[in-house]
Design a protein around this ligand. Structure first.
Ligand SMILES: [Zn+2]
Length: 270
């Protein structure tokens, strides 16, 4: 599943692929990914949304913004929200599940593919509506904004993954950041003192920066939780292996339906 680093990687790749170009045509191969609003389920794709997508995409591009795991592509005629969901991705090469193909004016094309249809493309004629959809319901961006105060008695890892508190972190980034900060994933989020909060804020930035380094500067990315993807992370799915920092065997448990890995040596026990 893409988290903030993979979405940012996608943003940079799409910008690179389309630099100096205009979109000359839009091929909608599966109208279910084109939605009238962000919260729509996959549907038949309304004719109005399809017309809007075509009109907006062919106008002059202005920029591609990201907030958390959402992207907003701004054009002169409106904005297009790009949401990758669980399995969505943009690619320049061949694609097994092509949904929408954008034809560029130099003959190249980029394709949105999404086998599970949990991502989507939402065109907005109004820039204000697009901007609102980009961040509606989301907390501050985990990369760009200061880490907010974390509320309540819920476990800290669950709160870090709550997009309404901080936007962009998912299961892998949250657990690895907590390891870097030496905080137990079950620790109540609201119990952090100022020193621990600072440590966690630094750890989140270090973790995101480390993942950007791992992703490299290529243009194709595999999502770590996909079958067959390589796992470059120190904790994720490494139960029983020695912690790279203190050599204690890494442990695991289920938390809010997701696997959590942690180091009893660095992060304590509860
Ligand atoms: Zn350790």
């Amino acid at each position: 599943m893409p988290e903030l680093p993979e979405v940012e990687f996608c943003r940079r790749a799409v910008l690179c692929w389309t630099a100096g170009r205009r979109i000359a045509g839009v091929q909608v191969l599966d109208p279910r990914v084109v939605r009238d609003s962000r919260t729509d389920r996959p549907s038949a794709g309304s004719p109005a949304a399809l017309e809007r997508l075509d009109r907006i995409a062919r106008s002059a591009p202005l920029g591609l913004d990201r907030h958390g795991k959402r992207l907003l592509w701004r054009f002169e005629a409106g904005s297009i929200l790009l949401h990758l969901g669980m399995t969505g991705r943009w690619t320049r090469g061949p694609s097994p599940f092509p949904k929408v193909r954008l034809l560029l004016d130099d003959g190249a094309a980029i394709t949105f593919h999404d086998p599970r249809l949990l991502g989507g493309i939402v065109p907005f004629s109004s820039h204000a509506e697009g901007q609102q959809a980009l961040s509606l319901g989301l907390g501050p961006d985990a990369l760009r904004d200061p880490l907010p105060a974390l509320p309540g008695r819920r476990p800290i890892k669950v709160v870090l993954m709550d997009q309404s508190v901080v936007a962009g972190l998912g299961n892998v980034q949250a657990m690895e950041a907590l390891w870097r900060a030496g905080l137990h994933p079950l620790q109540p989020a609201g119990g952090l003192g100022p020193v621990e909060h600072r440590r966690l804020a630094d750890a989140v930035q270090e973790q995101l920066a480390a993942t950007f380094t791992l992703l490299g500067d290529g243009h194709e990315v595999a999502y770590v939780e996909e079958p067959g993807a390589s796992n470059p992370f120190p904790l994720y799915q490494r139960e029983g292996e020695p912690c790279p920092r203190c050599s204690t065997p890494i442990a695991t448990f289920r938390q809010a339906g997701r696997g959590t890995w942690w180091c009893p040596g660095c992060q304590g026990t509860r």
